[in-house]
Design a binder for this molecule. Structure first.
Ligand code: ADP
Length: 576
């Protein structure tokens, strides 16, 4: 906004002169245009401007007492914006010019004054006046604006400094968190590596331990079997049966531990062979029926008509799951029934998706304990399990096996009202051609040849003295030749003809697989490359058995050796 006077307002002039004629003539000339004040000396002029608003002063230079320029000097600081004009004769011109140069005087007007000239100078003076005022106002405004701006800048700077500090702190914090994270990651990485290594070591230890236990157990079970065959007096028979049952249980536990170590190390592989589902269910039912009947429990099974029977998968592991679930059902049922129901879960599937249900009328499982089921080493209630032995591995293994069969497992149960365990497993269906050829019941029921074991020339390759004794005892054959290692065995085979070799797999110098490969190699100097070889292996896994057969062995039996199995194996290889 620009300041000046309205048209209705008048600017004010103070005329100072000691000559009253001059005062009168100027007043007369300009009174219509401006408000005119007059004074006849500097002192009087001072009084006037101290009491009236005066814009412009026109002052005579030569006055008694105080000259015009002296007057202006006097008022300069008190009224700095009033425009000062000097009226002067030429004799005083020098002082006036100095005053102009010092900035005390705006213009001078030569006497006698010319009205037109004075009028123009007054106009200029007013312009200067308002310019100065406006400049002042502007400067003031600018100053205020500047101050406000400064304040705002200050406030904003303070704010920004604060934000900056917070940010700095956050960045530091972030850096610290990142460093922590990095450290945790590193720790986790090491911990994981350690855990993996520990887990691997554990699996290896379990596998090794199971193998080591199996070897002496072979002697325990074998010798017990032999004693059972020659003993018919009580209480010896009772004691021997107790030893046998305990040893069988121990072997079952070792098998479970082996399975767990395999599952945990990711080494569990399922078979993919053709099998008949009827035979699998029938076979385990025969075993379980005996146990159930002993407890006075009814046992039954049924397979729905629409269930595909000719399947491709792992019948051994399927048997294991069914034995676990049904074994538990019988174990935890005191009266009533245990039944196995087999149904087709998805008729539209190109695969065979089969549901197995194992139902019992036993003790059931409390709801709050259900989350423990299917977890390793967990038994539902330790007080209950004082009455029921078990390791708590069966369901965990079953769950893993079912998952390997792309299925799932679950249970519906009510405490005191029995349980219903179920699982769904997916198998491939056999081709029509395979179905025709496939799957007669195992050799278990086949007729065995009456073989005179006594007259057989058998080479037993076995380094463990007790296991040698077990087989000698089983075969009741004192003419068995024994080789304690591979080298001895090959030397004997170069010199003598045998009917049969019983070959341990783990031997001190070379393993049974290598020895077999040498025997089967037509270039080796053994006398009979086609001699039947039966593997006697403590490694009971399907993979180990497969390795034996691939190396050229004809049959296998696993430790602990059962008389019946050994007899069947010998029968089988000699019949061929
Ligand atoms: P184990 O039977 O060797 O202890 P499992 O893993 O097979 O181990 O079973 C774990 C636990 O689940 C058992 O100890 C038992 O408490 C409970 N359980 C399993 N099946 C049944 C069942 N049919 N009825 C009641 N409880 C059962």
């Amino acid at each position: 906004m620009v300041y000046s006077l309205n048209d209705s307002e008048k600017g004010s002039l103070l005329i100072v002169d000691d000559e009253s004629e001059v005062l009168k003539s100027i007043k007369r000339y300009f009174r219509n245009k401006y408000i005119i004040y007059t004074a006849n000396s500097g002192d009087e002029g001072y009084k006037t401007i101290s009491s009236q608003p005066v814009h412009i002063i026109i002052c005579d230079q030569r006055m008694p007492g105080m000259s015009g320029t002296e007057f202006f000097k006097k008022i300069k600081n008190t009224f700095p914006y009033t425009i000062r004009i000097i009226l002067t004769g030429y004799s005083d011109i020098q002082a006036v010019i100095s005053a102009i140069n010092e900035g005390n005087v705006f213009r001078y007007v030569a006497k006698p004054w010319d009205p037109i000239e004075l009028d123009a100078i007054i106009k200029d003076a007013f312009e200067r006046y308002w310019l100065t005022i406006n400049n002042l106002i502007l400067m003031k405004e600018l100053k205020i604006a500047n101050e406000t701006l400064e304040e705002r800048v200050k406030a904003r700077t303070a704010e920004l400094t604060k934000i900056n500090e917070t940010l700095k702190f956050e960045i530091e914090e972030r850096k610290r968190i990142e460093a922590d994270l990095q450290a945790s990651k590193q720790e986790l990485f090491f911990a994981k590596n350690e855990a993996d290594a520990a887990n691997k070591a554990k699996s290896e230890f379990l596998a090794k331990m199971s193998h080591e236990i199996r070897t002496p157990m072979n002697a325990v079970i074998g010798m017990t079997d032999i004693l059972l065959n020659v003993t018919n007096t009580e209480p010896q028979l009772k004691y021997l049966n107790i030893i046998k049952t305990s040893a069988d249980n121990l072997i079952a536990i070792i098998n479970d531990i082996l399975d767990i170590s395999k599952i945990e190390s990711g080494k569990m592989r399922l078979e993919k062979i053709n099998f008949n589902l009827n035979f699998v269910v029938d076979e385990i039912s025969k075993i379980l029926e005996i146990t159930a009947n002993k407890k006075g429990i009814n046992f039954s099974y049924s397979i729905n008509n629409d269930v595909p029977i000719f399947l491709k998968g792992d019948p051994f592991r399927l048997k294991q799951i069914l034995l676990n679930l049904t074994g538990n059902a019988i174990k935890f049922t005191e009266k009533g029934n245990v039944e196995i129901l087999v149904s087709n879960y998805d008729r539209n599937s190109p695969n065979a998706t089969i549901k197995f249900i194992v139902k019992d009328t036993g003790i059931g499982i409390p709801k709050d304990r259900l989350n423990l089921l299917f977890k390793l080493f967990s038994q539902v209630d330790s007080s209950i399990n004082r009455n029921y032995s078990g390791t708590g591995l069966g369901l965990a293994i079953s769950k893993q096996l079912v998952e390997l069969m792309n299925g799932k497992i679950g249970v519906e149960t009510e405490e005191g009202h029995g349980s219903c365990f179920w699982f769904i497993a997916i198998f491939e269906k056999q081709s029509e051609e395979d179905s025709v050829k496939c799957c007669f019941p195992n050799d278990n029921n086949k007729e065995l040849n009456p073989i005179d074991l006594f007259s057989l020339k058998i080479l037993l390759v076995e380094d463990n003295f007790f296991n040698q004794e077990v087989i000698i005892g089983f075969l009741n054959n004192s003419s068995i030749t024994i080789a304690g290692n591979g080298k001895e065995a090959l030397n004997l085979l170069r010199d003598k003809i045998f009917d049969l070799i019983l070959m341990d797999v783990q031997l001190p110098d070379m393993d049974g697989l290598e020895i077999t490969e040498i025997i089967r190699n037509k270039k080796s100097d053994v006398l009979n490359h086609d001699i039947p070889i039966i593997a006697v292996t403590a490694n009971a896994s399907r993979e180990d058995i497969q390795n034996c057969l691939e190396a050229g062995m004809n049959e296998y039996i696993s430790k602990p050796i059962r008389y019946q199995k050994l007899f069947e194996a010998i029968n089988k290889v000699l019949k061929k």
